[in-house]
Design a protein around this ligand. Structure first.
Ligand SMILES: NC(=O)c1ccc[n+]([C@@H]2O[C@H](COP(=O)([O-])OP(=O)(O)OC[C@H]3O[C@@H](n4cnc5c(N)ncnc54)[C@H](OP(=O)(O)O)[C@@H]3O)[C@@H](O)[C@H]2O)c1
Length: 389
């Protein structure tokens, strides 16, 4: 059997490099057909050589030009550029699975194009479903494309739901680590720095998702992602804090019993599950050692510590454009916080004000949605500028 060909959008990031690790472990089953990133072309040199990749893309045209002129890639390597380059990589005829792992929403167009071609999508970029869940799921239904969740929580639920009839399921329960400030006194939160926020207790991830973990905006995005992936309403979704990040999610069954999925906190597990689905093979990550004592805690989140969670739930219930506004305002606010222009506690304030000052709207097309989303980004930027750190 031919190895399954994988394209990675966001190949230089945390998810992208773990994907390469999984592919490296299963050379007879998986191969790399294309790699795409934004600017960090130097980080593509080694994987291009190791995996014999013939096509890469850099969404930043200047980075693509530098890569071509560097002489660091084999002469036969095609180096595509701009957003269209990402789409071409995602739609290469030989590609079976596209790992969609661009941070933010820049991966929307290439991912949607791959869905329309019927490719399997290993979806890490939760922002895409939050922004355009309606259009993405409709396109997948039409083409028969399979959306497999990379997010460890959703992947856990995907594993738990396999072969279970819908009437057996009562609720889906996502776990959350609680992020960098889980135990910080509430009154100290307004003074925390980006450096402190980037110190995640359990997971090694990219900067945006690490900050989102600290505010739990990440869990809010994940609730909205779960609505689309599993087609369940918000009132059947719960969040519970689990500091050890070993239980990745739970499902509550109609009889009242719970089932959980456990593994060490390594993204290699869910990524491999998506790439090899439905095969199960040894994963290149540590195992849980039950020969050592293991303490697992589950506690409800404190809404005073994590206001972003409630805002995401409210946006999801509102529907229409509101989840996209939540995501846009959060991206703007996180960027301002990282630049030292906004206090950590103001991230939720910017999201809340942007949501309340934006009109309700049900987008009629993707273009309509993107136009509204862009307006809310501008509004959030103005609101962020108006605040001092
Ligand atoms: N990391 C995790 O454990 C984890 C877990 C679950 C879900 N996720 C989700 O997975 C996604 C990626 O997260 P990450 O932690 O891997 O992020 P990351 O380490 O920051 O990497 C981001 C990747 O996206 C690329 N990128 C950024 N802007 C781009 C653009 N405009 N066009 C094309 N590529 C662009 C970057 O390329 P350059 O390097 O060239 O800038 C890089 O390859 C996020 O949506 C995140 O929420 C991550």
């Amino acid at each position: 059997m031919e190895p399954r060909a994988i394209a990675i959008l966001g190949a230089t990031g945390s998810i992208g490099t773990t994907t390469l690790q999984v592919v490296r472990t299963h050379p007879t089953l998986l191969k790399i057909a294309g790699l795409a990133a934004h600017t960090r072309w130097r980080d593509l040199i080694a994987p291009v050589q190791e995996f014999g990749v013939t096509t890469i893309a850099l969404s930043d045209p200047q980075a693509a030009q530098e890569a071509r002129q560097s002489g660091a890639f084999p002469a036969s390597t095609r180096i595509l550029e701009g957003p269209a380059g990402l789409t071409e990589i995602a739609c290469l005829p030989e590609v079976h699975t596209v790992v969609s792992a661009v941070v933010g929403t820049a991966g929307l167009v290439p991912t949607l194009a791959a869905i329309q071609k019927g490719k399997t999508i290993a979806l890490a970029s939760k922002e895409l479903l939050v922004l355009a869940g309606k259009f993405i799921t409709a396109a997948a239904r039409q083409s028969g494309s399979q959306l497999l969740p990379v997010d460890s929580e959703h992947n856990a639920i995907h594993q738990l739901l396999r072969d279970k009839p819908a009437h057996d399921i009562d609720r889906l329960i996502l776990t959350a680590s609680g992020g960098a400030f889980r135990d910080t006194p509430l009154e100290a939160l307004s003074q925390v720095t980006p450096k402190q926020a980037l110190q995640h207790p359990n997971w090694s991830m990219g900067p945006k998702v690490t900050i989102d973990s600290a505010t739990m905006a990440n869990k809010g995005l994940e609730l909205i992602e779960a609505q689309w992936l599993f087609q369940v309403p918000m009132d059947r979704l719960d969040v519970v804090i689990h500091p050890q990040s070993i239980i990745h999610s739970l499902i509550a069954l109609t009889d009242g019993s719970l089932q959980a999925q456990l593994s060490p906190p390594s993204m290699a597990y869910p990524i491999q599950d998506c790439l090899l689905f439905p095969l199960r093979l040894p994963c290149p990550a540590p195992r849980l050692k039950l020969s050592e004592a293991l303490t697992l805690q589950l506690t409800p989140p404190d809404p005073r510590r994590y206001p972003c969670l409630g805002l995401a739930q409210a946006a999801a219930r509102q529907g229409g454009i509101a989840p996209a506004i939540f995501n846009a305002a959060n991206e703007v606010a996180v960027e301002a916080f990282m630049k030292g222009q906004l206090a950590f506690t103001s991230i939720s304030a910017i999201i809340s004000e942007t949501l309340s000052q934006s009109p309700q709207h049900e987008p009629s097309s993707l273009e309509d949605l993107l136009a509204f989303e862009s307006q809310s980004r501008q509004l959030a930027s103005r609101l962020a500028l108006g605040r001092t750190p």
